[in-house]
Design a protein around this ligand. Structure first.
Ligand code: UDX
Ligand code: UDX
Length: 471
């Protein structure tokens, strides 16, 4: 593979830690920097603070020789050619991205520069952030020729982050100088040349030697915009299908059929057309808000994004009304909940629609028994266990004697339940599925009252469900 590059990644969160492990996997030497000493200690001792497929394997593979962990940003900067900034960019009160962590990290990097460095924005940031970073570094007295700023947005999804990184649809590099663009292209060369996919231990995925990911070189501003625009577009797709789903419910059609038909059009594509309880997570909500704020500041009317946000909020409320329509009252009801994370495959609960729904159930006086394969510990920090809220270790324990079972995250195992066992475990066989994991007809045949999203409730008639069945 190509010449190894010495890299520092600042921020060992869902984005930074995965990027660091993957850079090591494609042959580079990586220093992971985090100002959270506890996290650094856990990582040094072989722990992995987040749930992410393949991440423990990659960190184990490279911990001894290619990856190290530190809180010393100064020394990491001095020992690296390229420094990726992957710290959080949370939403501020105005809706804009709070860039104070990026600012603080940029200043500290500036004070440590003693040789040419490329400083790369990996976190999702608004357009013009690269200009601000440049100013911060120049203000700290660093001569122009000693650094370049580049933007290399990350498109990975939590839960499948490692595979998404190594088998990405595209690599976007925004750089103004040829030197920076070429150094960053060298880092990704093992992927873009296809060399990585020839290795026997390569993580499997959609790319291979003959079909490596393309690399797109752009201006830094374009790269910043590509990331915000992509996330906002995907969120828009979800809100769009959610409204279409509401129309389906009103007319008795099945949104799964509609999204399948729409997705067959290659101009639309089948992905991100799953109706549900609305999008959540650490990216879509804050990035849609931040992109809208950017447009507003620039005097551009992007009220379309406001609509996207409002539809998303409405979707959670609609789901709650659906639960009410099945249960009538909430006080003292025992409700089993499957899924607390913002989607399946991750322990991340940031902006999780599932947690919003659980909180609402508790406010209405229900008792909630929740199961999540990975997110319970984090959820307990937000909703501590109590007389009304308990956490259990398997899905059937959540369903035990419950008045209804709610499916709120799309973990694979929630779609593979033993329906016979579920039926006799529940007090009433009512399943309210916010992720459309089951076929309504199958659920009627198994004796359930089954409510899902964008499809008729299946306690109506078997014929209604039959009429909706996918061919
Ligand atoms: C973050 C942003 O939220 C996202 O917009 C961006 O695209 C990538 O970075 P994530 O990795 O999920 O995403 O954030 P998080 O898990 O919070 O990790 C950030 C890490 O940075 C934490 O470990 C934190 O301790 C660390 N950090 C934060 C620093 O090392 N220095 C700081 O000054 C601030
Ligand atoms: C997203 C982007 O996909 C990724 O490219 C970017 O780097 C970070 O933000 P992530 O937040 O990890 O990734 O999860 P994603 O799989 O995109 O799901 C986001 C939310 O949308 C989840 O709550 C999910 O359940 C929901 N969703 C997704 C739907 O409701 N329907 C869909 O069809 C797809």
């Amino acid at each position: 593979m190509s010449q190894p590059v010495s890299i520092a990644v600042v921020g060992s969160g869902y984005v930074g830690l995965v990027a660091a492990a993957c850079f090591a996997e494609i042959g580079h030497r990586v220093i992971c920097v985090d100002n959270d000493e506890t996290k650094v200690k856990v990582l040094r001792e072989g722990g992995v603070p987040i749930h992410e497929d393949y991440l423990p394997e990659l960190l184990n593979r490279h911990r001894e020789n290619k990856v190290e962990f530190t809180s010393d940003l100064r020394s990491a900067t001095q020992r690296s050619q390229v420094i990726f900034i992957a710290v959080g960019t949370p939403q501020s009160k105005t809706g804009s991205a709070d860039l104070s962590y990026v600012d603080a990290v940029a200043s500290e990097i500036a004070r440590s520069i003693d040789d040419y460095k490329v400083i790369v924005e990996k976190s999702t940031v608004p357009v013009y952030t690269n200009e601000w970073i440049r100013r911060v570094i120049e203000r700290n007295g660093v001569p122009k020729e000693l650094f370049d700023i580049a933007s290399n947005p990350e498109f990975l999804r939590e839960g499948t982050a490692v595979v998404d990184f190594l088998h990405t649809d595209r690599i976007v590099i925004g750089a103004e100088s040829e030197r920076a663009g070429s150094l960053l292209s060298t880092i990704y060369e093992p992927l873009t040349s296809g060399a990585y996919y020839r290795l026997p231990q390569a993580v499997p995925g959609t790319c291979d030697e003959k079909c490596p990911p393309p690399l797109l070189l752009t201006s830094t501003k374009a790269a910043e915009l590509i990331k915000h625009a992509s996330n906002a577009f995907l969120a828009m797709k979800i809100s769009f299908i959610n409204v279409v789903g509401n129309i389906c419910e009103a007319v008795g059609a099945d949104v799964e059929q509609v999204s399948r038909g729409m997705g067959m059009d290659s101009r639309i594509g089948p992905k991100f057309l799953r109706a549900g309880i609305g999008y959540g997570g650490s990216c879509f909500p804050k990035d849609v808000a931040a992109f809208r704020y950017v447009a507003e500041q620039l005097g551009v009317d992007f009220s379309l994004l406001k609509e996207v946000e409002e539809i998303n909020e409405e979707q959670k409320k609609r789901f709650f009304l659906k639960v009410r329509s099945a249960l009538w009252t909430f006080g003292g009801k025992r409700i089993g909940v499957l899924g607390l994370s913002f989607k399946g495959g991750t322990d991340d609960i940031r902006d999780s629609p599932a947690l919003d729904i659980v909180e609402q159930l508790l406010r209405e006086g229900s008792n909630v028994i929740a199961y999540d394969p990975a997110a319970s510990e984090r959820a307990k920090e937000v909703i501590p266990p109590s007389r009304h809220m308990s956490y259990v270790d398997d899905p059937y324990a959540a369903a035990e004697d419950a008045d209804a079972l709610l499916i709120l995250s799309d973990w694979q195992e929630f779609g593979e339940l033993d329906l016979e066992k579920l039926h006799y475990t529940l007090r009433y066989p009512i399943v309210i599925d916010g992720r459309n994991l089951y076929d309504p007809l199958q659920m009627v045949e198994r004796g359930f009252t089954y409510l899902s999203v964008g499809r008729s409730a299946s306690h109506q008639t078997r014929d209604a469900a039959l009429g909706q069945r996918l061919p």
